[in-house]
Ligand binder design. Structure first.
Ligand code: GA4
Length: 337
């Protein structure tokens, strides 16, 4: 075995490591065509804030085409990729995540999906890269967005919320502040893994700020979620399925009934991981508060101070990845009125 010299190891020292944890076989699996899907989705979102969606009807070629195009991008010379960065937050990023010092064993492209929001970085990425890349991204986003609408409608039905589009309309809105992320986690240096028995953290623990996230990855493991009791478990990869995450805004919209899932990604020591995530967010001016019909049905008071999505996003961008971002907006005993 070639033992890597100390200075080379120091190169990774800013990036945290973590021992791999046990593979979890209890992830709820929802068959989209199952007549019971709506109640099963509600149950999964209450217990885990996370589930796997199968039989979703999105052709595998949409996913593999984008995966190939994403890899073509990540394989171009570093100097070319750097032209699309640093992220503002959109654009190409390597190792640094967000503006407040978080780092991970990752490179990524963060793109805005709302044509009304002009991001010069997003535009530049598409101008500099073959048209086939733009069409693979757009086709994929359109398909996944449609599926996210349906998932949100099933959630509303399962929660007995009227109207059925109470949640989906927030991301269907033409001003919806959604975004899309392509992540590439290179295989982590084997020597490092061998020396420490630990894996590099690709994307540190966090919850997603938006309403819903739809994730698809290749067959490389690495995604972990945090269960209610605080244990971290590994999610077995499945390249033909989608994984749905409840985001912070949906936790608030359901007055805490759904929980936004804390998750992270560890780099694999043998294979690189590619993931693509659609984050469905509401318009910036949208007031985020528990749905009135839900509060009424349950005779509950809101657990959160009211805020707009713009306020939440602004505060999220001042935070570190692992922070409990909703904390600032929770009503504490002192300020309930
Ligand atoms: C986590 C979810 C999405 O990937 C993301 C991330 C964003 C970024 O990478 O720019 C953030 C992170 C995410 C939450 C806190 C802030 C903002 C990095 C960061 C430290 C695109 C998002 O919307 O929030």
């Amino acid at each position: 075995m070639v033992v890597q010299s100390q200075p080379a190891l120091e190169h990774y020292s800013l990036i945290k490591t973590c021992r791999p944890s046990s593979v979890f076989t209890g992830i709820p699996v929802i068959d989209f065509k199952d007549p019971e899907a709506k109640s099963l989705i509600v149950k999964a979102c209450e217990e885990y804030g996370f589930f796997k969606l199968v039989n979703h009807g999105i052709p595998m070629e949409f996913m593999t085409r984008l995966e190939t195009e994403a890899l073509n991008f990540f394989n171009i010379p570093q100097s070319e990729k750097d032209k699309a960065g640093p992220p503002d937050p959109f654009g190409y990023g390597s190792k640094r995540i967000g503006p407040n010092g978080d780092v991970g064993w990752i490179e990524y492209l963060l793109l805005n999906t709302n044509p009304q929001v002009t991001s010069l970085k997003t535009q530049a990425i598409f101008q500099e890269n073959p048209e086939i890349f733009r069409s693979a991204v757009n086709n994929y986003i359109e398909a996944v967005k449609g599926m996210a609408f349906e998932v949100l409608e099933l959630m509303a039905e399962g929660l007995n919320i009227e109207p059925r589009n109470a949640l989906s309309k927030l991301i269907k809105d033409e001003k919806s502040d959604s975004c899309f992320r392509l992540n590439h986690y290179p295989a982590c240096p084997e020597q490092l893994q061998a020396l420490s028995g630990r894996n590099l953290i690709g994307f540190g623990e966090h919850t997603d700020p938006q309403i819903i996230s739809v994730l698809r990855s290749n067959n490389t493991s690495g995604l972990q979620i945090c269960l209610r009791d605080g244990t971290w478990v590994s999610v077995p990869p499945d390249q033909s399925s989608f994984f749905i995450n409840v985001g912070d805004a949906l936790q608030v919209l359901t007055n805490g009934r759904f929980r936004s899932v804390r998750h992270r990604v560890l780099a694999d020591s043998l294979k690189s991981r590619v993931s693509m995530i659609f984050f469905g967010g509401p318009p910036l001016s949208e007031k985020i508060a528990p749905l009135p019909s839900l509060l009424k049905a349950k005779g509950e008071e809101s657990l959160y101070k009211e805020f707009t999505w713009w306020e939440y996003k602004t505060s999220a961008y001042k935070s570190r990845l692992a922070d409990h971002r909703l904390g600032l907006f929770e009503k504490t005993a002192a300020n309930i009125n």
